[in-house]
Design a protein around this ligand. Structure first.
Ligand code: PLP
Length: 364
């Protein structure tokens, strides 16, 4: 069976480096917010080309704390995608904000700027584009739009470590960006982890308070904070993975290119827009009969997954935010049709050929 994702393969490929890293931490006596976290934050900020990075407990909390640290007040409206991990919504709602869903560009399934403009109201205060599947949202249009309307732009970069829009890395366009290190991400930990990046000195000061009980100094809470700390083990393991990230992304692109060259036109894939550099977090195709195709692929030994089977505005938890059925046609059609084929850097050329052959045998 070829799995859709395989985080264990990353461990085995660099086992000696990972083993050295966790042994170093176990021996150090420091397990939370220590030198490994500090080094990882510095290395990540350097890699991205921003001033600050703040490690937190997950991608969900990265987004939630970024929304809080940029000064958004409860009740404000935040425009975002509905075809995203429910985590995007968890963060927005937990920050006391009101999600407003805008429909998507059908080619990339990222926010359509014209749709965003249509959803603006006097209460809109922020914009959260999601760089879905590793493909950049149209920041050339979205960043000036945010600027023109005084909106705080916060990028959800959970699926896009290393992606570039207009020659610039995603995560450098907004006031802040939220990153997830869930194990299957392009930069994945071996547990939960997340990080916020920002160029803003005030935002970073606030984030450092919020992630540890609002402490300005130990045991003195200056503001109402939280416990959202990245641990030393995950930071040490992430430092290893960061060293291999560019090579891993290149391998993902090579696999995706082989798929695109070998798959039938009747099974179109979602790709970065021309001129952008995606990082192929997932290789997503679409077809109206996805359930049948997935069952046939399963029979042929090819694992698939669906991100996401139900758009957030159609989920019970978020259905109350005013976007009824039919209100986001591009999103709803995508949620009914998309599924992903196996894609991770350790996939062999033989596996890739086997996936292409299995898809080639489908009745499309
Ligand atoms: C688009 C998106 N946003 C946010 C998250 C939340 O990240 P985490 O699982 O680390 O909380 C994820 C990952 O699950 C994601 O894919």
């Amino acid at each position: 069976m070829i799995p859709a994702a395989n985080p264990r393969a990353a461990y085995h490929r660099h086992q000696a480096e990972f083993d050295a890293a966790w042994r170093r931490v176990m021996d150090s006596g420091r397990y939370i917010l220590g030198p490994e976290v500090e080094a990882f934050e510095a290395e990540f900020a350097d890699w991205l080309g921003v001033r600050h990075a703040v490690g937190v407990a997950s991608g969900t909390e990265a987004l939630w704390l970024a929304l809080r640290a940029t000064g958004l007040r409860p009740g404000a409206e935040v425009i975002t995608s509905s075809l995203t991990a429910s985590a995007t919504l968890t963060a927005i709602v937990e920050a006391g904000l009101r999600p407003v869903f805008a429909d998507l560009d059908p080619a990339t399934l990222t926010l359509d700027p014209a749709e965003v403009e249509r959803r603006l109201t006097p209460a809109t205060r922020a914009l959260v584009p999601v760089h879905l599947y590793g493909n950049p949202a149209d920041l050339t249009a979205l960043a000036p739009l945010a600027e023109a309307h005084g909106l705080i732009l916060i990028e959800d970069c959970a699926q896009a470590h290393g992606a570039q829009h207009a020659g610039r890395r995603v995560g450098t366009f907004g006031r802040a960006a939220a990153w997830s290190f869930y194990p299957t991400k392009n930069l994945g930990a071996f547990g939960d982890g997340g990080l916020v990046t920002t160029a803003d000195d005030e935002v970073v000061r606030e984030l450092r308070l919020l992630r540890e009980y609002g402490w300005r100094e130990r045991y003195h809470s200056a503001v109402h904070g939280w416990n959202s700390r990245l641990d030393e083990l995950q930071a040490a393991l992430l430092r290893v993975r960061l060293r291999h990230l560019e090579a891993d992304n290149a391998r993902r692109r090579a696999i995706a290119a082989a798929y695109r060259a070998g798959l039938p036109p009747a099974l179109p894939s979602i790709a970065a827009r021309p001129g952008d550099l995606g990082v192929e977090h997932l290789f997503v195709v679409r077809h109206p009969e996805r359930d049948r195709l997935r069952a046939e692929l399963q029979q042929a030994g090819v694992g698939t997954a669906i991100q996401y089977p139900v758009a957030c505005h159609r989920q019970a938890a978020y259905a109350g935010f005013g976007a009824g059925p039919g209100s986001l046609p591009v999103t709803e059609r995508a949620a009914a049709e998309v599924f992903s084929l196996p894609l991770f850097p350790e996939l062999s050329d033989n596996d890739v050929a086997a996936v292409i052959a299995a898809v080639g045998a489908l009745r499309l």
